[in-house]
Design a protein around this ligand. Sequence first.
Ligand code: ZN
Length: 175
Amino acid sequence: MLKGTTKGSRGGNRDRRTPRLALELPIRIFATDLKGKGFVEDSTTVAINLHGARIRLGRDLIPEQEIRILNGKTGREGIFRVVGKSGKSETRISFWGVECTNPGENIWGVNFPRLGPQDQNLVRAMLQCPVCRVREQVFLDEPLLSKVTAHGGLLRGCLACGQTGQWKQVPYYET
Ligand SMILES: [Zn+2]
């Protein structure tokens, strides 16, 4: 895996120290489109880290533009800078990397454990066996995460029940 996917962002690589969680949170995005017209779109995150996120969006953004994101769960909001388009999209939905402009802010309401440098490109997710419902924390790399996102799960064997099935992603944090 290559490092430096956030190249060109002014904040440096500071934020790469916290792991990204594959977590779908409801968000409302306030931004302006390519023509400078303001729009509001309800969407979700795909993955988050302490100061940034990957979000899905039906419209195009402009790298370096600033957008406002409201977390539908916590009611907190913050200004984010668009880092760039990330990943491939099969439909008209696109994925964008965004970075919070205020590093002191955590609008997600989630605590992030620290990870070592070797884990920085992995995304933590919680998957559940469809047969026995056991949950397992897994670390996904980018291709796997795309797969889970696209298919809503991952085909894998279960050590607990011995069955193979489509493991579904479940919320990482118990509420
Ligand atoms: Zn099982």
